[in-house]
Design a protein around this ligand. Sequence first.
Ligand code: PHE
Length: 442
Amino acid sequence: MTREHWGSRLGFILAAAGSAVGLGNVWKFPYLVGQNGGAAFVVTYLVLVLTIGATGMLAEMAIGRAAQRNPVGAFAALKGGFWPVTGYLGVICGFLILGFYSVIGGWTIAYTVKMLDGTLTAPGLDFAGIFSGFVADPLEPLLYHAVFMALTIGVVLKGVAAGIERWNKILMPSLLVLLVVLILRAVTLDGAMAGVEFYLRPDFSKINADVVLAALSQAFFSLSIGMGAMITYGSYLTRDQNLPRSTVMVVGLDTGVAILAGLIVMPAVFAFGVAPGAGPGLTFITLPGVFQQMPGGMLFGAAFFLLLLFAALTSSVSLLEVPVAYLIDELKVSRRTAVLVLGGIAFLIGIPSSLSLGIWAEFKLFGLPFLDLLDFITSKLIMPVGGLLMCLFAGWVVWPVMRREATNDGTARFLLLPVWNWLLKVVAPAAIAWILIQGLIG
Ligand code: PHE
């Protein structure tokens, strides 16, 4: 059976950017900024993305394209020994992330509906109360979670090239246009400037070990690296793609969207007097308030949550594709069986995730509700550790292969090749190890 491939070079860029740009950018990044000291977090995040993040992204694409296999098979094909463990970690991680990502994906559907049916557009609403009531409900969020998972399954069933590329070509530019419109509205709200200042003027005394670990784990999560998503997408590439250039585009798009999303949420947070450290509800509480103030807010609001839904969907599709590719390549299962079985299990994991925000809130493991536990294990443990192993592997074990991939067998120039090598071998692993240790014990 021949391996599926992307239909065009742009198709890969958009699919990879679609994986990267998701809830991490629009939902998670702004609330992490709010919880971790504002602009100081933004600066820390940018430094980590441009060094460790870009380094890891290029390594994953190169590993995937060289091996033409899923993450487990890729490490086995390129070296074997202990290394496939890194791939297994990724396959499991994709699954666990999907188990809470889909719940939040469901919220975006719910909010699109609630915008249109008037639940969120009447004057004088208590958006914080509406949000906490909704997520704590034992049934409603589960129904939306089921719909979101069904959509994810539907797209992944169609395979690599058929659905994803076309969706992204329409949805990514629309998302950008809407972001710009919403920023213009948010920064012109009364009292918005305090938010802009909090967001853009760093107070470096706020940086500590927790902040740096939060920024590192967000960099991995947002760029979709450390768990094999970019290995998997890279494995559907042909030889003509320039990998360093693709890395610059995907990292640039992802970071740009995160920064722009913060520019919408932070001014609105301050303008409406919401606490910036409010946590996961931040976006869902503040943005409806912004839409309420806009002419045509109902339509803008519905469009915004719809686009957030599509951004989430193109990411969840990549999360599911990682374990699916593993089953197809290694266990010779049909795509259909792999997608249905894995999607079904991920749906089941989502149930306790969702209930942990309501009726099961008291039930904690390691002191955390189930959803927060999944988030912690994946983005603060598995992804940084996976990224660390990946960098060591690329820099020390298969460097000749990496050099070949990054220069397309010596035909393309990559001026930063020595810098990349040094980042892979020493800087990224040392920095990740240090941040992990400091952040986890500190
Ligand atoms: N990058 C996605 C986001 O920011 C999440 C994701 C993580 C997707 C890992 C795939 C793999 O929402």
